[in-house]
Design a protein around this ligand. Structure first.
Ligand code: NAI
Length: 276
C-alpha cells in the first residue's frame, strides 16, 4: 500500500503533522510536509532530528521535503490534514487539498474531535475522505483511530487500515461520533476522577494509584489530564457535553477553576500536581 502511494502529503507541520510525516519517512515513503508558516517547517526538521535515531535520520531527512505551497501535493496518493483544531480552518484547507491532489487520492484528517461529516461537507468527493486520528506522540503511540463518515467508502477505510498496519500501528475503525471512541472513554474516566477528587472521596495520589496499580494504566487520570493540558481537556469536554447533550462530559468545577487560575498542567508547571 505505502509503495503504491507515490508520496504522502501532511498539511500542518506542528506537533502532530511533523510526527506523522516522520512515520511515513521511517518506512521509506516520500512525505511532503506543508504548512502556511515557514517558521513551523523550519522548526519541524531539527525537532525530528532530535527525535529520530542516528541510524534512521539520514533516511528520514532524505524522504521528507517541506513546502508552504499546497500545490506541491499534486502527486500524493494520500494527504493527511493536521492543522489547527478549528472546523472552518480545516474545511478551507481540505478544499484546497482536494483542488490540487489527484482524483483518486485518499484524504484524511487527524482531527481529535470535529465531526468527519461536518468536514466532509466541504468536499466534492467525500467518499475518499475519513478520519485518521493518530495519538501524541505519533512515533510512540500504537493506535490510529480510523473514523468512517456517513459517505466514506469501504475502499477508503480498507486503504487507510492497510497503510496504518504498514506503519506498524494498530487501526481501530469507528463510526463518526463526537469524541470518537478514544475520547468518549477517556473523558468519561477523567471527568469521574475529577468529580471524585471534588467530593473528597480520595486524594489525587490515591485516585491515580487506583488506575495505575489496579488497572495497569501507565498514568493515573489526573496525571494524564495534566499531561494533555487542562485547557485542552476543558475544551474537549465542553464540546462533547454540547454535542452529545450529556452532562457526564461537562468540565467539572475543579477543572475549570484550575484553568482560570492559569494552572494548565505540565506545560505551565502546575495543574493537579506541581512540576517545578
Ligand atoms: P499545532 O498547533 O502544533 O500545529 C498546527 C499547525 O498547523 C501549525 O504549524 C500551523 O502553522 C499549521 N496551520 C494552521 N493553519 C494552516 C493552514 N491554513 N495551512 C497550512 N498549515 C496551517 O497542532 P497539533 O497539536 O499538531 O494538532 C493538529 C491536529 O491534530 C488538530 O486537529 C488536533 O486536534 C489533532 N490532534 C492533536 C493531538 C495532540 O496531542 N496535540 C493528538 C491527536 C490529534
Amino acid at each position: 500500500m505505502l509503495e503504491g502511494l507515490g508520496c504522502v502529503g501532511v498539511v500542518g507541520g506542528g506537533t502532530m503533522g511533523r510526527g506523522i510525516a516522520q512515520l511515513f519517512a521511517m518506512k521509506g515513503c516520500a512525505a511532503i510536509l506543508v504548512d502556511s508558516s515557514r517558521d513551523a517547517l523550519d522548526r519541524a526538521l531539527p525537532f525530528l532530528k532530535e527525535h529520530t535515531s542516528p541510524e534512521l535520520w539520514p533516511l528520514v531527512e532524505k524522504k521528507i521535503t517541506t513546502s508552504v505551497d499546497i500545490a506541491s501535493l499534486s502527486n500524493c496518493g494520500l494527504v493527511i490534514e493536521a492543522v489547527f483544531e478549528d472546523a472552518e480552518v480545516k474545511k478551507d484547507v481540505l478544499k484546497k487539498i482536494e483542488a490540487v491532489c489527484p482524483e483518486d487520492a485518499i484524504m484524511a484528517t487527524n482531527t481529535s474531535s470535529i465531526s468527519i461529516d461536518e468536514l466532509a461537507a466541504a468536499l466534492k468527493y467525500p467518499s475518499r475522505f475519513a478520519g485518521m486520528h493518530f495519538m501524541n506522540p505519533p512515533k510512540v503511540m500504537k493506535l490510529v483511530e480510523v473514523v468512517k463518515g456517513k459517505d466514506t467508502s469501504g475502499k477508503t477505510i480498507d486503504a487507510i487500515v492497510e497503510a496504518t498496519g504498514e506503519l506498524g500501528k494498530v487501526a481501530a475503525v469507528v463510526k463518526n461520533t463526537p469524541g470518537f471512541v478514544t475520547n468518549r472513554l477517556l473523558f468519561a474516566l477523567l471527568g469521574e476522577a475529577m468529580r471524585l477528587l471534588e467530593k473528597g472521596v480520595a486524594s489525587k495520589e490515591d485516585i491515580d494509584a487506583t488506575m495505575k496499580h489496579g488497572l495497569m494504566h501507565p498514568m493515573g487520570p489526573l496525571e494524564l489530564a495534566d499531561f494533555i493540558g487542562l485547557d485542552v481537556c476543558a475544551n474537549i469536554m465542553r464540546y462533547m457535553a454540547d454535542k452529545l447533550v450529556d452532562a457526564k462530559y461537562a468540565p467539572p468545577a475543579v477543572l475549570l477553576s484550575l484553568v482560570e487560575s492559569g494552572r494548565l498542567g505540565r506545560k505551565s508547571g502546575h495543574g493537579f500536581y506541581d512540576y517545578e
